[in-house]
Design a protein around this ligand. Structure first.
Ligand SMILES: [Zn+2]
Length: 442
């Protein structure tokens, strides 16, 4: 890369570290990466951004977020969730189907797509339900959703498990011709019913909370990887939470079975012991697990057995969350804090480098969801869909500053090393240093 004189307009990121490696100047123009190298420009021609030492990643992609619209706009809207996503460094978000009404038709999927386009901050890609009304019986309009303007490729009844093996087999067969994937919320209801809310063990017994044993996840994952092998279709395991599931995934991948998996920031970072105070902010499904599971999840993410980090961002209104622990809604916020949590628990201890973060938070999720235009290489001609990270920033999370409409934020008050500085979607800066859609960046 030689020094070049340019007379171009756009934004120029000076001294940025591509995937955390070499430093270079990156010129963004007309929505794409126009130049990479040492770039000299006369002042005023471009927005000159001193990015010395900052890390540049392809824009983050979240495979699993609950944006609550339509139906629960008091908890979140596609616009407020998009704002949270942009602040968190995300450029694409998969919006889960368990809204009211459920995203189980082409019209419903196109509605969510249109809401995302109107918000204009991230690409909001609807997830289609596997079954009508998430009832687990009759397949939803999988083909019509795939052929709709939304081009749905990821299908999930998340919040509920597709428990019937025959329904799961049919769904896998149905999505195979258009390269779809079934994302499974693995929870055998006979082993962990709707009230199960604490990892089953000594603590759940002492607290008197209904236990949610890891085996309830593992038996479903075993069944589903065998169904994926049988059908030759793709299955994705949502929010893996146990060491046993990791073992199954490792075996299945070694057999060449088309299985992928995600882990949440909270299952990587937070442990069962937090439930001791009965604070419902820590109530999540599947539940927080003991240290041994958490270590297995971190190792599996580092070695590629788990492909991706996904937030399971699950905003809830106060009147749904602020109850006695057993009665509170499941879920916690995650979009704005995911990168910092991953930096803290994976990068800081040396389990992942920044190229690894790009893999698990951008490239792998984009590939799993078949999202063209995301998770690309940082080279000339690629879309300027980018996340700028300060690896040395020390941030303390303040829930009051959240773009989300909800405040069920388990990260509030926590201090993390590494933070998102800015987000670009096809060349447009969607967030920069704590500001949405900034007029000026420098
Ligand atoms: Zn789920």
């Amino acid at each position: 890369m030689s020094a070049t004189e340019t007379r171009e307009t756009g934004a120029l990121l000076r001294g940025v570290r591509l995937l955390g490696a070499r430093g270079a100047d990156v010129l963004i123009r007309d929505g794409v990466i126009a130049r990479v190298g040492t770039i000299r420009t006369a002042p005023g021609q471009v927005q000159d951004i001193d990015a010395d030492g900052l890390v540049l990643l392809p824009g983050l992609v979240d495979l699993h977020a609950h944006l609550r619209e339509p139906g629960r706009e008091d908890a979140e809207t596609v616009a407020s969730g998009s704002a949270a996503a942009a602040m968190g460094g995300f450029t694409a978000v998969l919006a889960m189907a368990n809204t009211t009404p459920v995203t189980d038709t082409a019209e419903a999927a196109e509605h969510v797509l249109a809401l995302g386009q109107a918000a204009g901050l991230v690409d909001v890609q609807p997830v289609g339900a596997v079954t009508m009304g998430l009832a687990g019986e009759q397949l939803a309009e999988l083909g019509l959703m795939a052929r709709s303007r939304a081009q749905v490729r990821v299908f999930s009844d998340d919040g509920r498990c597709v428990g019937d093996a025959r329904v799961m087999r049919r769904a896998l067969e149905y999505v195979k011709p258009f390269d779809g994937v079934i994302s499974q919320h693995a929870q055998d209801p006979a082993l962990a019913d709707g009230r199960a809310c604490s990892h089953e063990g000594e603590l759940s017994g002492r607290l008197g909370l209904p236990g949610w044993p890891g085996i309830a996840e593992e038996v479903v994952v075993v069944r589903d990887v065998m169904l994926a092998r049988h059908t030759g279709s793709r299955v994705h395991v949502a929010h893996v939470s146990t060491a046993g599931t990791v073992e199954v995934l490792r075996w299945a991948k070694a057999q060449g079975i088309a299985v992928t998996a995600e882990v949440t920031p909270h299952h990587l970072a937070l442990g069962t012991d937090l439930l001791a105070g009965y604070d419902p902010v820590f109530k999540v499904n599947p539940p927080l697990r003991p240290d041994a599971d958490r270590q297995a999840l971190r190792d599996a993410l580092a070695d590629g057995t788990i492909d991706a980090v996904a937030t399971d961002h699950a905003p809830h209104a106060r009147h749904d969350k602020e109850h006695a622990f057993v009665d509170a809604a499941f879920g916690m916020l995650g979009l704005e804090t995911a990168l910092s949590v991953v930096a803290e628990v994976m990068v800081r201890p040396g389990l992942l480098d920044w190229a690894g973060v790009a893999r698990v938070m951008s490239q792998a999720p984009a590939r799993i969801a078949r999202l063209a235009g995301h998770g690309h290489d940082l080279e000339v001609g690629s879309p300027a869909t980018l996340t700028l990270v300060d690896p040395d920033a020390v941030v303390t999370v303040d829930a009051a500053l959240s773009q989300s409409r909800s405040r069920n934020n388990p990260w509030h008050g926590g201090t993390y090393h590494g933070a998102v500085v800015g987000t670009f979607l096809r060349g447009t800066c969607t967030s920069y240093r704590g500001q949405l859609r900034p007029k000026e960046i420098s």
